[in-house]
Design a protein around this ligand. Sequence first.
Ligand SMILES: [Zn+2]
Length: 704
Amino acid sequence: MINRRNFIEGIASGIALSRLGAAGALGLDREGTTADAHPQESWIDNGMIDAGGSHEPLIFVTRRGGQSVDARRMIEYQQSEDVVRQLKDQGVEVFHTHLYKGFGMVAEKPEMEDTVRTAQMVHRLGMKIDTYIQWSSMMYETFFAEEPRAPGWIQRDASGQPIMLWYSYQQSFRYIPCFANQEYLDYLKKVVRFAVEEVKTDFIHFDNFGQNAEPQSCHCDTCKNGFRAYLRNKYSPEQRKDRFGFENVDYVNPPLWNTQNPPDQLDVIEEPGIQEWIEFRCQTMANGLAQMVDLIRASGRDVVVEVNCGGITGDNTPWTRGADHARIFKLTRSFWDESDQRPEYSPDGRLITAIRTYKAARVYRNVALLNTWENESAIAECLAFNQTIGFAGIIPLTPEMVKYISFYRRNRNLYVGSSDVASVAVFRSHPSITYHFSKAGLSVILAEQVLIQARIPFTLILDEDFSRLSPAICKVLILPDSECLSDEQLAAVRKYVDAGGGLIVTGRAGFYDSWRRSRVTPGLQDLVGWRAAASTPMNPMADAAPIAAASASRNEFGRGRVVYIPELVFDGPLPAFDVYFTIGTNFLKRPKNWKELIDSVDWAARNDLAMRVAGPDFLGANLVEQPDKRRRFVHLVNYNASKTPAIENVEVKCALPKGSSARGVSLYSPASENSIPLQFQMQGATAVFSIPKLNTYCVAMVSW
Ligand SMILES: [Zn+2]
């Protein structure tokens, strides 16, 4: 556990901030789960260049069907020394391959032994091995034959039917195991133990880390009893009465649905049983993962844990997948996002990026893995925001990827140990977003979109770090329709602003508590400066209604500044939401009043932002630093390189720590072997310079 004292001493003695990650850089020391109590130093702190190799074993390829008659030879080739050597020659450092798909260890033993031999060869070649373990599939035909208890380990819906994968049309042989079932988790531990002890793996990829959306949630007895026990543990009898109207939860069941009340059309989730069921499903996944992480850490080996749980996209993942990133990412050092939203700037002004996902990864010291290799802007974005290569693809690698691997390896010291610098924090409030995705989920996406396209350095802040935010570190906090704020969070906001923080409130932020109960008076009323209207016992919300339509305002509070914006207005007709109110890439454009938000950020920050970059709307920028080496980096990405292959004369202002003066500015890019020195001027503690030409990616290093 890194505590604040160590953090301060770390700065004083010049210890690299890499160990703290971005959350550390914000001064946010995090209390966490058991597994989080000892954040490990790991080889992944030195970056990651991973590629395969297929991760499907022959048993699966055969049972799935549609394979080549030559499948055995092809799969053996994918694990061959020839393939591993080719990847190594192209700069790959971690080899990705199959280990366990869910058929049971007896059925898969021969191919698991193949992986043991492959791992020995990979290690002999001086590389690391990344092994695939399926989290969410039990191929019952072989598994039941091996393990007689297994029929009691699978997820069953409300009518007792086995729950299957939500994708893959012809794979009804794959049941989903119940993650609340300790016997199943104990079985999975045998697989993990094999990976650690026999394979001597360096990296475990848990695939399919998620549950199915309602109505396909598990209603087995373990889950029903587990849900009731969860409620009894979480709340005192008095709190349960407050929550449900009664104390005894012995007969509470998971929610049910019918054709008139389909879960995919549920917009505002305010029923306490459904809210708690969402939290139970998320906690069940995190608990299962924590058991695996504890087992791995107890081995004493440096094994990186990664889960394929998706990133920060337009999905309400706690609701639809039982996946709460705040609970997961503190257990992992890496995660996959397969959403495949390729970076793109469209003629209608939409900018599709994976920046949110990378920002979340950085907050939790994780490396995000995305399918980047076919798109140079995607590879560039990964380097700029993820600060490493991540997943480079499957053999043969693309020429673009080979070029970027080479660049990264030549200039690795620019990336390793960096931490994000953020002037603005966007609050991703879990209850607000989860319980009203179409509004709070969309508002946070729109606020982030404004910052992304204005190239304002920002970070994401989640509930657990909220109370520790300080204006000394982060100038502005944005609450984009953060509807559900607890009393503690309201107090923390007040303290933050009183101490000089800038606050931007939009829409109905603070109108509800964390159970989404309406507050009698809006929680941020005094900060925003609304005059309290008289509420009456007959209509306690009488004062809230006019405020919802209130006009924009600016207000001084304590030493800080507060802005209210009634709404981030979608620009044009609102596209239709997908089922479960999923927000597709057609929403990824700046709101109509984006300038109002930018002006508000400037005002709330007293025009003191750490970076300014002038350029077209499809230019992305990130600011990171290596304070122990006394240098900051401005990374630039051209998201429209296919149509605009060069952007010229990009004006950059990069703030340095107060009282500092730059010693030099150097430009690095994959287009050039060597760095190029740039002319610069100092304006106070800000270095001002111009980048003559950017193709797809470059990074400017400012030393002081
Ligand atoms: Zn269950």
